[in-house]
Ligand binder design. Sequence first.
Ligand code: ADP
Ligand code: MG
Length: 159
Amino acid sequence: MDLRTAGMSAGMKEKRFKTRSEAGTLAMGERVAEMLLPAPKLIVLRGDLGAGKTTLVKGVAAALGAAEAEDVTSPTFTLVHEYVGPRVRLYHLDLYRLETERELLTLGLEEMAEEADALMLVEWGEKFPSVVERADGEIAIEHAGGDERLFLVRVGRSA
Ligand code: ADP
Ligand code: MG
């Protein structure tokens, strides 16, 4: 599924947000979290290094009661972190360091996705066709100068 070109369907939600600080992005997590429920879902987080992908996950995890924002750290080296909240089991993945679909297999995405309350937020997920195919949406983040960031949140299947 290519969310950039897919036509909007009835079940598709799309929203744009703009923040001007890290704190702003953390606070925005609440509104984004609403769009990501109900689980299970897999969402690809797109954006350059330093765009704010991990910061957004902190905000979403806090909003869902899965973790305190400061306890959410980048899974750049650990690849996946899991936080359990009342409504979701949040899996935060960072595939930056993975190169092949074969390496990806060892992560056990299939098993995670089978859990009814799984909310998988995947940084650099767009690198892997197998991840894009199973995605329920994406959040694209762009630098807009200084500390400004633009967020385009698209959730829902187009087919
Ligand atoms: P990524 O996971 O996309 O590589 P991070 O969330 O780890 O990005 O880092 C974002 C960096 O940008 C942090 O150092 C943060 O303080 C800074 N920053 C500045 N403005 C913002 C903003 N509006 N939203 C999010 N992060 C911001
Ligand atoms: Mg990150």
